[in-house]
Design a protein around this ligand. Sequence first.
Ligand code: SF4
Length: 205
Amino acid sequence: MEKDKIELLIDNLATRNIKGYYFNDFNEAKLKIKEIISIEDTIGIGNSITLKNMGISLELKNRGNIVYDKTLAKTKQESKVLKKKSLLVDWYITGTNAVSIGGHIVNMDHSGNRAAAMIYGPENVIIVIGVNKITDDLNEAIFRVRNIASPKNAKRAGLNPPCVDTNECIDCRSEDRVCNNLVIIEGQNDKDRMKVFIVNESDGF
Ligand code: SF4
């Protein structure tokens, strides 16, 4: 993506009290995360293909941080406990489903733990996105979330709502519906609590 578009997004995030950062690749973003988070800090991790591929959770754990990552849970009960512990950490690291150039951060959550942690609880939040998550406006961001991210996330979770076959949202009432919380973050009260790491590569959905 052209750098001037990313710079415009960073400017727009700043008007919303959210700090944007630019990185050439995911490794650069990972180094920055390890630099700004102290080894004494507690960390929660949101379920994200991008973060999984970065391997950030295990790297932070291995260097000594306390990390609550529900994707490492062995049971449903353990996953539930980790999700709750993630609400009171020093840092919450997550992906998101779409970010408009105007700076709307758009999430579709199944149980809502990720959106909850982004909004309130953790002292700091880092959202890592590849440029494939950036959309021209809010409508396109919501379209992306419903018709691209949600069907793929449902499939990844082993669920089978109608969109898994059609790649088109029909606002289903399936038992396997993954779209229970459409959350648009428009800004922050605490300046720079939320940071968006924009990586000029593509990953995740
Ligand atoms: S509401 Fe249903 S059909 Fe639409 S994206 Fe969500 S799970 Fe798929």
